[in-house]
Design a protein. Sequence first.
Length: 320
Amino acid sequence: MKAIVIQRFGAPEGLALVDLPAPVPGAGQVVIATEAVGVGGVDTVIRSGALAAYGFTEGHVPGGEVAGTVTAVGDGVDASWTGERVWASTGTGGGYAEQALAPVGEIVPLPADLSPVDAVTLGSAGVVARFGLRHARFAPGETVLVRGAAGSIGIMTVQLAARGGAAAVAVTTSSYERGERLRRLGATHVLDRSGEGGEEAPGGYDVIIDVVAGQDMPSFFDRLNPNGRMVAVGAVAGRPPADFGTRIMAAFQKSMSFGAFSAATVTEADRRAARSEQFAAAARGEIATVVHEVLPLDAAVQAHRKMDAGEVFGRIVLTP
């Protein structure tokens, strides 16, 4: 089968299309003939080599979420899954390929009216957005800031906060055009990436969901209201400065809090239930799935160049 591997860490040109043996399902696994592969920010971080210390080596096949049709099942898996259209989490990689392995506990059937492309736009991002807001204890009537709102996680957070009754949903983004698109999805106030220019929500924010992190993160903590909560759900700009904790302690009298969130801390059953619910809502047109571009699998280098340049609004999807 055709697959994309990281032949050398660094620039997108280190990705290459190669022939690999077709996967064979082990116990508790299924094989999926992939029709759509989501390109995520973590894929670019792995490709850069920044996570080599965590076991990602050259030769790795990126891609953590796919959608397609189950073609084979391993021991202990109900044979009735064969032929089902599903979304799947492949774990730490293996998705950039014509066929992918996934644990049976991480597959979700797709509604008839939801395409594989839309499924990989929503599957991972929707869960992070939903449970990230829950982790922040978001409640109706509160003001929310989504930092880094133009990616798939940010777009879903904007929609879910707006649908959840937020008094205001502010966003940071890189251009007027992106800000207007985010308004159509539920944003009420648009700021530039620094958070300095644009329309601040009056009175600050009760909740900040941060997809970006990086060296500028502490300045956003200062925008929280008393008893406000900031939750980092991503780190596309890298880690915050080492002294970030001093900013938290400096605001001791405001009783503000900071936390980090990973969907890995949500139970498998809860993730599956959330995805099923969100897929159904998207099929009914209640949630927008925003696709930046659909590219063939062999255009993975082009996809990663766009990701590195910050050109993507929504999700890039590869189609084997």
